[in-house]
Write a protein that binds this ligand. Structure first.
Ligand SMILES: N[C@@H](CCC(=O)N[C@@H](CS)C(=O)NCC(=O)O)C(=O)O
Length: 222
């Protein structure tokens, strides 16, 4: 196998790119990273020419492994877990719950994601519009889920399932949103969010984001 290539978007804004990037790092899986800046012609319609050249969905992240193409964040995380099974909890019941949490994140929380766009350059400034009912419901569900999973499976560690897993990778961008928009959480959920943001690999990603030259007015004006 040649070294896999992970195509990602802007580190400041592309939450879906961050998730498999963290999973590959945490799984100690070697990969080359190639960045395609989002925005410009075709953006928002899955029609950015440079993205379409490498991803059949017109979206990033996408992983190329030899001649195989994996074009979705969760599918890339699953491939990573095939290389390094410690990316999921080893105990079957915990693993099933971790997969449920990761899938819930992947498929859901649209109101939260729409209202609080990821913007790593924004540090604790409330959103210009107040959070609506659906956003508040998403925050409450995530807070309850994090608190419950930490209590049931977290043990002495800081992660949801004792050691870093794909579930933590899926939720790290949410922790950045809570930080960026100053969203108040319960004490257990805040402790977990703080732990995600203290992760050294996340901090590498965040530091690179701060150096990026791109600026998306639509996101930065929220
Ligand atoms: N379900 C996909 C979503 C990927 C996605 O929406 N990526 C965004 C960037 S974070 C994108 O490529 N947008 C390009 C566009 O909207 O044209 C996944 O989980 O990978």
């Amino acid at each position: 196998m040649t070294i896999p290539i992970l195509y990602i978007g802007n580190k400041t804004y592309s939450s879906w790119s961050m998730r498999p990037w963290l999973a590959l790092k945490w799984g100690a899986i070697a990969f080359e990273e190639r960045q395609i800046p989002l925005g410009g012609p075709g953006y928002g319609r899955s029609k950015i020419p440079d993205v379409l050249a490498v991803s059949p969905s017109g979206r990033v992240p996408v992983l190329h492994v030899d001649d195989m193409i994996i074009w979705d964040s969760l599918a890339i995380c699953e491939w990573a877990a095939e290389q390094n099974p410690t990316l999921w909890p080893q105990e079957p019941a915990a693993r099933a719950v971790a997969r449920s949490a990761a899938a819930e994140m992947h498929a859901g929380f649209a109101a939260l994601r729409g209202h609080y766009s990821m913007n790593l350059r924004r540090k604790a400034e409330p959103a210009k519009q107040p959070a609506g009912e659906n956003v508040l419901a998403d925050i409450a569900r995530i807070d309850a889920l994090w608190s419950e999973l930490r209590g049931r499976f977290g043990g002495a560690g800081a992660c949801l399932f004792g050691q870093r897993s794909i579930a933590d990778a899926m939720f790290t961008p949410v922790a950045t949103r809570f930080r960026s928009y100053g969203v108040a959480l319960s004490a257990p959920a805040q402790a977990y969010a703080d732990a995600l943001l203290a992760d050294p690999d996340f901090q590498d990603w965040d530091a690179a984001a701060q150096q990026e030259p791109w600026f998306m007015p639509a996101v930065d004006s929220l």
